[in-house]
Design a protein around this ligand. Structure first.
Ligand code: PMP
Length: 359
């Protein structure tokens, strides 16, 4: 049994999953095995949508492997990183009995997917200190091992908290969990951070899983392209749980264009501009009356505590600006999360908040 197979849901061991009509080993000139139409739709001039897509489009997988510095067998592409989270739960957590560990306040989908799969969520909250939020790595490892959790999720940079976790701490945690639990590092906002990806550690740690997406820095949220990067054994387990044809062909073509050299250079420019805007806003928001704290952020958003978050939210809405209300999260009763916009959008946020009262 491979390392990943040993962590797989007990009832899925030896299960092969759906064999799609585009399986790698099929060859032929006339394809009559998937009940597709023999004719292209008049609206689809090139006929590219007539056939079911490749379940794991090889060109996209190869390009993503190159971009993230891993082998092709270490990449699974899917419908955004949201699908990666869902597949991890489905493949590794026994319905009704599985457990995951998270460090809230954190991206809500880990707990939502766990709930949908009947998995228990063990919470080891982030601690707050003068520098911002930080996980207690040893408490997280202790909890995962004590509860026999199969998945421990970290978000890096953290959403909604913005902090960056150092790679050496991630590596030590992966070592402690080795053979017992998968360490999932969600790098949805990785491009905005000043640190290499944890993907560089996958070759040494078969229990490390990294989630990446084209939805944020690459500006393709509507195309729904995400990747799971992990040891080939983990990827093989996830493929068994995946729906047959996750990615629409037009989205795959768009993603490939978005990853050519010119488009990547453009993305880099926008990421650099976002970092400059981030630094500008941290300073200006922090100086406003009524703002309690602006957390340092390595992502494309800022978490801000207010003296009166309700009034701040109302001022922003009056100006037609929609931000994320974080007040339902236990540690964030006075906080809003504000995504970075264009410089003009950001100026509009500053203008709307300029007249807040100090407490
Ligand atoms: N992870 C994190 C931390 C996120 O903030 C998001 C999007 N809000 C996702 C994953 C999901 O991204 P997508 O499915 O678009 O790749």
């Amino acid at each position: 049994m491979s390392g990943a197979e040993a962590l797989l849901r007990e009832d899925l061991r030896g299960f092969t999953g759906y064999r799609s009509a585009r399986s790698d080993d099929l060859r032929g000139a006339i394809w009559l095995n998937a009940n597709e139409s023999a004719h292209a739709n008049a609206a689809d001039a090139s006929g590219r949508c007539r056939r079911y897509p490749d379940p794991q489009p090889w060109a996209l997988r190869a390009r993503l492997a190159e971009l993230y510095g891993v082998a092709e067998a270490q990449v699974l592409v899917g419908r955004g990183s949201d699908e990666g989270i869902d597949l991890l739960l489905r493949a590794f957590c026994m319905p009704g009995r599985g457990r995951i560990v998270i460090a809230p306040p954190v991206f809500g989908m880990y707990a939502v997917c766990a709930r949908l799969h009947g998995a228990e969520v063990i919470e080891i909250p982030l601690a707050e200190n003068a520098a911002g939020f930080a996980p207690d790595f040893s408490a997280l490892a202790d909890a995962a091992l004590a509860h026999d959790a199969r998945l421990l999720f970290l978000c890096n940079p953290g959403n909604p908290t913005g902090e960056l976790l150092p790679l050496n701490a991630i590596e030590r945690l992966a070592e402690r969990l080795s053979g017992r639990c998968l360490l999932v590092v969600d790098e949805a906002y990785g491009e905005y951070a000043m640190q290499a990806s944890a993907a560089s550690l996958i070759a040494r740690h078969a229990n490390l899983v990294v989630l990446r997406t084209l939805s944020k820095a690459h500006a393709l949220a509507a195309a729904r392209i995400g990747s799971v990067l992990a040891d080939a054994g983990v990827i093989a387990c996830l493929r068994r749980a995946q729906a047959p044809y996750p990615l629409p062909t037009p989205c795959v073509e768009l993603a490939l264009s978005a990853l050519d050299t010119a488009a990547l250079a453009d993305t880099d420019t926008h990421v650099r501009e976002a970092r400059i805007e981030r630094a500008r806003l941290v300073g200006l928001l922090g100086a406003l009356a009524g703002v309690r704290r602006v957390y340092p952020s390595q992502a494309n958003f800022l978490l801000v505590r207010f003296e009166d978050a309700q009034s701040a939210l109302a001022r922003l809405l009056e100006a037609g600006i929609v931000v994320r209300d974080m007040r339902t999260m236990p540690q964030l009763g006075d906080a809003l999360r504000i995504s970075l916009g264009t410089p003009a959008h950001n100026d509009a946020v500053l203008a709307a908040l300029a007249s807040l009262e100090a407490a």
